[in-house]
Design a protein around this ligand. Sequence first.
Ligand SMILES: [Zn+2]
Length: 227
Amino acid sequence: MAVVNLWEMLLDFIFPPHCPLCHAYVEERGHWCPQCLVKALQPHHLPLSVPMQAVLAEAWALGVYKGSLRDLIRHLKYQGKRSNLPYMKSLLSAVGEMSDMRELLSGIDLAVPVPLHPQKEKQRGFNQAELIFGAFLMEQHIPMQRLLTRTRATRPMYELSERERADNLKNAFAVIGAKALQGKNVLLVDDIFTTGSTMMECARVLKQAGACSVIGLVMASDHGQMK
Ligand SMILES: [Zn+2]
């Protein structure tokens, strides 16, 4: 323990903890300064189309996919920068204090991360949804289970039209361990929400396998306004 503390002290001395947005010094590594936390933290309901509403009870994003939050997510995903995780965990903890979010989480039985294709996960080394939400969900006593799998590789969604997106995801997900889902209220977690097609397809498969309800939760979405 003493060695760890010494190492942390040394690290804080060489690289003092700073806010990821304005770079002001903060007390603890992974924290935001209060002003930037307010800017980054913008929990909002996601607009759901009628077909989405058929399978998703509701969906939330904790912030807007812009600026520092977008950089944190992108650098985690594409550069494997795990040192960004504590910043996201700080946002999640702040959200966990909010009354409507507490109410939402209190009805959840288990969380399921949106899966990557096994080959992609092997290449990346992790599933970002699992890494982002893991510690927070543990703190909330919500078990996270990998009950979904991607059965085939899909094309990147940004390349596709709406019609192609639906075809691209058709039969792309399957449930593993449907027994654990029976009658359960599921929190489906992912890093970002753009068109919502992935979340909708995952929710559809979960409901079909016996989940009672599915609520979506992502770190950031394109919807909503930066303050
Ligand atoms: Zn700041």
